[in-house]
Design a protein around this ligand. Structure first.
Ligand code: 5GP
Ligand code: MG
Ligand code: MG
Length: 187
């Protein structure tokens, strides 16, 4: 789905599909060099990172393994509390593995900080992070994002895997919704 298909609901586009693909290609080239011969395991958190994982894993030029985890943050609201529940665990044993976490967006950083810690606790040989988007203004926890895509302003974004109320994940670029889309949901 493209911006034009939901034009009435989109306020503005932040990152185009071409920009996403170009950035993913550049980072994939670096990662391919850094991980050559190390049999890396790419780990993504469902569901938001699925599109990033799909594009990124195809753009690297080395064989990789992929695994997925579903997490939920304790409590409700839009802030993640940092108390994490595993809804669906990885299927791989991470002991001794070189892991690259593939993330859609880093907001407070709490989810990612928890995940890095958890993978190290399970015996991973190394854990690094690729995040397509970051909101620097919202960072609360210090996490070292080695492979970094785009910094974006403190606005709620959808598309390329990111949802609002489970919608707009299949938009092929990153965009900000019109305010009335949110207001409509609570009317
Ligand atoms: P953190 O633990 O860094 O606060 O939360 C990160 C998670 O919150 C992301 O993986 C994503 O699921 C969600 N999130 C943070 N900012 C946004 C946003 O602007 N749009 C959407 N759709 N999800 C977001
Ligand atoms: Mg995520
Ligand atoms: Mg979401």
């Amino acid at each position: 789905m493209r911006i034009a298909d939901v034009q009435d609901k989109i306020d503005h586009e932040l990152v185009s599909r071409a920009q996403i693909e170009e950035k993913i290609g550049q980072i994939a080239a670096r990662v391919s060099e850094d991980y050559r011969g190390r049999d890396p395991l790419f780990v993504a958190v469902l569901k938001g990172a699925v599109n990033t994982m799909a594009s990124f894993s195809q753009a690297v030029s080395i064989p990789v393994q992929m695994d997925f985890m579903s997490l939920s943050s304790y409590g409700s609201g839009t802030e993640s509390s940092g108390r994490i529940i595993i809804r669906q665990d990885l299927s791989c044993d991470v002991r001794g593995r070189h892991i690259l976490i593939v993330e859609d967006i880093v907001d407070s950083g709490r989810t990612l900080a928890w995940l890095v810690n958890e993978l190290k606790r399970r015996g991973a040989a190394s854990v690094e992070i690729f995040a397509l988007l970051e909101k620097p203004a919202r960072r609360e926890v210090d996490v070292d994002v080695k492979y970094h895509g785009f910094d974006i302003p403190d606005e709620f974004v959808v598309g390329f895997g990111l949802d609002y109320d489970e919608r707009f994940r299949n938009l092929d670029s990153i965009a900000v919704l019109k305010p009335e889309v949110y207001q409509g949901a609570h009317a």
